[in-house]
Ligand binder design. Structure first.
Ligand code: GLU
Length: 395
């Protein structure tokens, strides 16, 4: 019997990042020696100074419901962080704390998008952007890019994608999955186009801002003409190795923040009390305190780039941020390797899982069907072994 599920859930694709991570976990449970490079999750422990703040919060009996939009002390701390790192001034009424940046993005989409609205997604884009737009019955319009343009879009491409129905642009730098980082100049060129279209909102996902290897990250909201229609999304998962703590937040025009609070008040209410108290300590800490993780990611990136460059058929750009490589593997399409026909990136990713015991994510999920994503948020030993296996499987 078919189950009478809603059209909403039926039209929603499964998150491919989470699906691949679940598959890798399941195979490991069955005793298979899988190396998972699928999930974007730092392999570090949460720093002790943050854990201590959480323990203190438990001992101080922080156990009640929290304000829907977050503790005021946390919102103030986030304002301090925005001023310090991004040169953007928000007041606490413009901040909403949520259960992960994913909920922050879903809130914003739910409160701004109507059925039929168009959302521009520069590709490659994080898997859940398109799904969240779909959930709002909006139409997502992809702007393609490729490894030849370092996976960045141009102002002309943005201009060409805009129609009278365009309501939002989802923007993400440093980018998941490509690792590309837009410079201030590139941001300003995109903003010039948007200045001509005052009804378009910008969701600027800056969750990887601290994980960058040289190009100073910039914020859309730091451009004066964009401030009133930009929603800046950030969170603690990536920079502070706090994926499971689930703290994300937005800085936005007050009326959007208010609407997100209303939405959240009917769905999840305020975020976990202990995680919020610990988050105050985390966001107020100097970014220098987490530099050791960034340095380690950079050294792993260099190792991975070096090793992958020895595999014929892998075309790679140099990611300037985040912790992913996004090789173009289209050279393998149409080939048969170890009896397996590779037609596309899905086939290639499954081939690596089955023949090399290495889990990656297909680029199709990110709107880039020539590529696969590999996370290097894994130990150097695992990364070396994974690439050795990939090389052997392909030979
Ligand atoms: N953002 C991470 C990733 O891309 C975590 C998984 C997810 O929520 O998609 O792998």
């Amino acid at each position: 019997m078919s189950h009478p599920l809603s059209n909403r859930i039926k039209s929603l694709p499964t998150s491919q990042t989470l699906a691949m991570a679940a598959k890798a976990r399941e195979l490991k449970t069955q005793g298979k020696d899988i190396i998972s490079l699928s999930l974007g999750e730092p392999d570090f422990n949460t720093p002790d100074f943050i854990k201590d703040a959480a323990i203190e919060a438990i001992n101080q009996n922080y156990n009640s419901y929290t304000p829907v939009d977050g503790y005021v002390e946390l919102k103030e701390a986030i304002c301090t962080k925005f001023k310090r790192d991004n040169n953007v001034v928000y007041n606490p009424n413009q901040i909403v704390v949520s259960t992960g940046a994913k909920q922050s993005i879903a809130n914003v989409a739910q409160v701004l998008l109507n059925p039929g609205d168009e959302v521009i997604l520069p590709a490659p884009y994080w898997v859940s952007y398109s799904a969240i737009a779909t959930l709002c019955e909006a139409k997502f319009i992809e702007i393609p890019s490729s490894i030849d343009t370092d996976f960045k879009i141009t102002a002309d491409q943005l201009e060409a994608a805009i129609t009278p129905k365009t309501k939002m642009v989802f923007f993400n730098s440093p980018n998941n999955p490509s690792g590309s980082v837009y410079s201030e100049e590139e941001y300003r060129a995109l903003a010039k186009v948007l200045e001509k279209h005052p009804n378009i909102f910008i969701l600027s996902d800056e969750i990887y801002e601290h994980i960058n290897y040289g190009v100073t990250p910039f914020s859309f909201a730091a451009i004066e003409s964009m401030y009133d229609r930009t929603i800046t999304v950030n969170g603690l998962a990536k920079a502070f190795a706090m994926t499971g703590w689930r703290i994300g937040y937005i800085g936005a025009p007050e009326w959007i923040a208010k609407a997100c609070t209303k939405m959240q008040g009917q769905i999840t209410s305020g975020t976990n009390c202990i995680a919020q108290r610990a988050a105050i300590t985390a966001v107020l800490a100097s970014p220098k305190k987490i530099q050791y993780m960034v340095d380690e990611f950079k050294s792993r990136r260099d190792i991975v780039l070096d090793l992958l460059s020895t595999i014929d058929g892998f075309k790679i750009n140099i990611p300037e941020g985040a912790f992913y490589v996004f090789p173009d593997i289209s050279a393998f399409f149409g080939k048969t390797i170890q009896g397996v026909k590779i037609n596309n990136a899905n086939d290639f990713s499954m081939f690596l899982l089955e023949k090399a015991n290495v889990a990656t994510v297909t680029g199709e999920a990110f709107g880039a069907p020539d590529c696969i994503r590999m996370s290097y948020a894994a130990s150097e030993l695992q990364l070396r072994e994974a690439i050795k296996r990939i090389k052997e499987a392909l030979q």
